[in-house]
Design a protein around this ligand. Sequence first.
Ligand code: F0G
Length: 453
Amino acid sequence: MIEPFRIHAVEPLRMVTPEHRAQAIAEAGYNLFSLRAEDVLIDLLTDSGTGAMSRDQWAAVQHGDESYAGSPSWYLFRDAVTELFPFRHIIPTHQGRAAEKILFSVVGGPGKFVPNNTHFDTTRANVESTGAEAVDLVIAEGRDPRSRHPFKGNLDVDALEAFVRRVGAENVPVVMVTVTNNSGGGQPVSLANLRAVREVCNRYGLALFLDSCRFAENAWFIREREEGQGDREVADIVRDMAALADGMTMSAKKDPLANIGGWLACNDDDLAEACRSVLILTEGFPTYGGLAGRDLEAIAQGLKEAVSHEYLRYRTRSTAYLGEALEKLGVPVVVPIGGHAVYIDAGTMLAHIPPLEYPGQSLAVALYGTGGIRSCEIGSVMFGRRPDGTEQAAAMELVRLAIPRRTYTQSHIDYVIEVCERVLEDASRLRGLKIVHEPRQLRHFTARFEPLG
Ligand code: F0G
C-alpha cells in the first residue's frame, strides 16, 4: 500500500543532536509535554489536531463566513454533522473537552456516577470536577495487552447492569462509550456491543452518549471485523452507531481531520437548552460556539473525507505497519493494533521498573533521547493519582505512539522502528523516575520528574 495522497505543502523537520536532546529533556523536567516542539524530530505525542488538512479543506477555510450569528458556515457544518450523526441538537465547541465540560456541568454532581468503557483523561477529570464518580467498565480482554479479541473496547454489559443496580439508575445521568477506546489502546467497540449497552440503558431508562473522537476508525474496524458488516459503507455503519445513542461528545481534532473544534449533540430538548445556556457563557453563540466560521467549514469538509474507504484503509494499515514491525522486533505492543496509535506495553518491556517508578515515562524519555521521538505515557503518571489523593498503579503501563493523520510518510515510520529497536537493545539499562512536582489535577501535562539511580 502507498500513501493515497501526494504532498502539496511541506514543513521542515528539525534535526537536533543527542546532546541537545539530553539538555532539552532535563530542562523540561523529563516531561515530554514541556519540550519545545522544535526540539522534536518525529512528533507522536498525539493525533489530536496534528493532522494535515487536505487541499479541499484549505479551500473550505477560504470559504468561511465570519458572521456572528447564522453564518452559512454554521449551516454547512451542522448539515455535515447530521449527515452522519442525525441528532436533533448540534452544539459546536472549541474542542472535545469543552463539550464534556458543558455536558457534565449540567448532568454531573456529587452522588452521580458515569460509567464508560474507559474514560479519557479529560473526560474523567470533567466528570470528577463536578463531584461525580467516573467508572471504567471495559471487558476483561480490554485490560490484557495480549488478548487478540477483535473488539477490546467493548463495555462489559453485565458489569454495567450490576453497577446500575447497585448505585441506582437515578444516580447514573449518562452512560458513555468511547469509540475507539483511546486509553485502552485505541481498540474498537462492536455494533453488537453498542446494541447490548442500549438494551441495558432502555431497561433502566438511561441515556447513552458516545465519546466519538475516532468514530470513523471504529466504524472501519466494524466493517473489517464484525460479521455481516464487510460490504457496507462506513458512513452507514456510523449512522447505525449514532442511532443507538442519545447524544455524543466530539473532538473534531481527531477523525474529523481538523486542527481545532468539537461538538456536543443530543436529542433531548431540555438537556440541549441547559447545555446551550452554558455554551453561551463559556464558549460562544450557538451557531459558532468557540470556533471561527473557517474552522466550521474545515470540519464539514473533513467529515466527508474521514469516512472515505480509501483513506481509512490507508490509515489503519499504516498504523498496523508500525505495530507489526515492533512486534517482529520483540517490542511488546497492545494487540490487535488500534486505529490511531501503537501502544507499547512498557510494563512488560521494562518489567524491572515498578509501576510507581513509571516505566512508561522512562521509555518515553528514552525514545526522545535516542531518536528525538515524542510519545505519550498512558499509565500510572496519567492515571495513578486518585481523587482522594492516594497513588495507585494504573491498570496498564503503556506508551502511545500516536500517528498524526496524513502527516508522516512510510520512511519516517521506518526511522521510528529503528529507534525503537535501539531502545529495546538497551532496555535493561533504563531506570525509573520520581515526581518532584505535580499539580492537583491532570498531573501528566505539567509534572516534573527526576531520574532515579
Ligand atoms: N475523548 C477522547 C477519547 C480523547 O481521546 C480526547 C482527546 C478527548 C475526549 C478530548 O478532546 O482534546 O479535543 O479536548 N484526546 C487527545 C489525545 C488529547 O491525545 O488522545 P480534546
